[in-house]
Write a protein that binds this ligand. Structure first.
Ligand code: PMP
Length: 389
């Protein structure tokens, strides 16, 4: 029922061992051999530091590191001066929350991951919380009523990591800008699932983690078309222009935000992941995951024991509950059938409270997921029903 050749694709992912049904790509995606090879070369044959070396190997690595930045920037419709490498979405949001010169009121939503809540709290922002629609999308009509000229920031997930709900980013940007606020979009779950063009979206900051985009851990992106308006956050080597004990001047963005020796291997690995994903195409990946979500939601809806969360338009992610069975028990019993799902609060405790549950079971797809994975999950749930009968 789907358009991608997942058999051919799965052969390229050594982590997808035969017979194992990996349905936790929203937590982290498996890696294609092309990414592993790029990291191996970067750590082996081609390894050297960047920026400082006068010898050829280091100069070559500096070129490769900056080429990776250009490649990743182009993937999201940006230019390289707008992309700072960070450790992941968590660090990107912390960076903006701490460094922002106009800390004031931020509008978040009930759907946010803890990494888009706690940094704002720690950095001293006043927080307002936008409610959700009945089907679990950020309620932008409510956001429109709540936003005031006191708000300097709105920070919303592009796709919910629990419900898969997509955000109308263009409208959110328009609402934020109308009151003079900026919009930060947490793109962790969107970048692997939807074509993303930051210029067309109209947001001011866009963040994501490489490991959910089939790349390595330890690398992520902070994109902004106004990085130069942010003062430095962490100090150290590489981010400076000139240092004296009286006064230090800083490098321009994005280098200003990359204190210390950067994640060189991971940056090259992420560029390889972007090449891999682009060759398949995000339109095709999105259509493929939508077909899987449609099929899974339809089969889950037929079971009396199952409650489905989130909208029918969920991108790649399906959360559900089963009457009388704790999600952890669902996960444990499914694991006995080699089906790997996530069970828990998914780092979104305020959303759990809103849904009136302590946890959900969550199945999430990647570009390698297929109908066999869905069938194995449904078979496994039938077994759960028999055990808890
Ligand atoms: N936001 C969302 C929507 C996520 O799904 C995640 C990862 N679960 C994060 C932020 C945090 O990403 P990381 O842990 O890679 O920094």
């Amino acid at each position: 029922s789907t358009s991608l050749d997942t058999n051919g694709i799965r052969d390229q992912f050594p982590g997808l061992t035969p017979g194992w049904h990996y349905l936790d790509s929203a937590a982290t995606a498996q890696k294609p051999q092309a990414v592993i090879d790029a990291c191996t070369l970067a750590m082996g044959r081609d390894y050297a530091t960047v920026h400082r070396g006068v010898y050829a190997r280091s100069a070559d690595m500096t070129l490769a590191y900056e080429a990776a930045r250009r490649r990743i920037a182009a993937f999201i419709g940006a230019t390289e001066d707008q992309v700072a490498f960070v450790r992941g979405a968590t660090e990107a949001i912390n960076l903006v929350a701490y460094a922002h010169p106009k800390k004031g009121r931020v509008l978040l939503s009930l759907i946010e991951h803890h990494s888009n809540i706690v940094p704002w709290q720690l950095a001293g922002w006043q927080i307002d919380v936008c409610p959700l629609t009945a089907d679990g999308r950020i309620d932008l009509d409510a956001a429109e009523r709540m936003l005031t000229p006191d708000h300097t920031m709105v920070a919303f997930a592009h796709v919910s990591n629990v419900l898969g709900s997509p955000l109308d980013v263009a409208r959110a940007a328009e609402l934020a800008h109308r009151v003079g606020a900026e919009l930060l979009v947490d793109g962790c779950q969107a970048v692997p699932r939807l074509p993303v063009d930051v210029a067309a979206l109209g947001c001011d900051y866009y963040v994501f983690s490489g490991h959910k985009l089939y790349g390595p851990t330890g690398i992520g992106v902070l994109w902004s078309d106004r990085l130069d308006t942010l003062p430095p956050w962490q100090g150290g080597g590489s981010m400076i222009d000139r240092v004296t004990f009286d006064r230090t001047t800083y490098a321009p963005a994005p280098t200003r935000f990359e204190a210390g020796t950067p994640a060189i291997i991971e940056a090259l690995g992420l560029a390889a992941a972007v090449d891999y994903v682009d060759a398949i195409g995000l339109d095709a990946i999105h259509a493929h995951e939508c077909a899987l979500v449609g099929s899974l939601r339809e089969q889950l809806a037929r079971r009396n024991s199952v409650t489905l969360f989130g909208p029918d338009t969920s991108a790649g992610i399906v959360s559900f509950a089963m009457a009388g069975v704790h999600p952890h028990d669902i996960g444990t019993i499914l694991d006995e059938s080699s089906v790997a799902i996530r069970a828990g609060h998914h780092c979104a405790q305020p959303l759990m409270e809103h849904l009136g549950v302590a946890a959900t079971a969550r199945a999430s797809f990647g570009l390698y997921s297929n109908d066999d994975d869905v069938a194995a999950l449904i078979d496994g749930l039938a077994r759960v029903e028999r055990i808890f009968g």
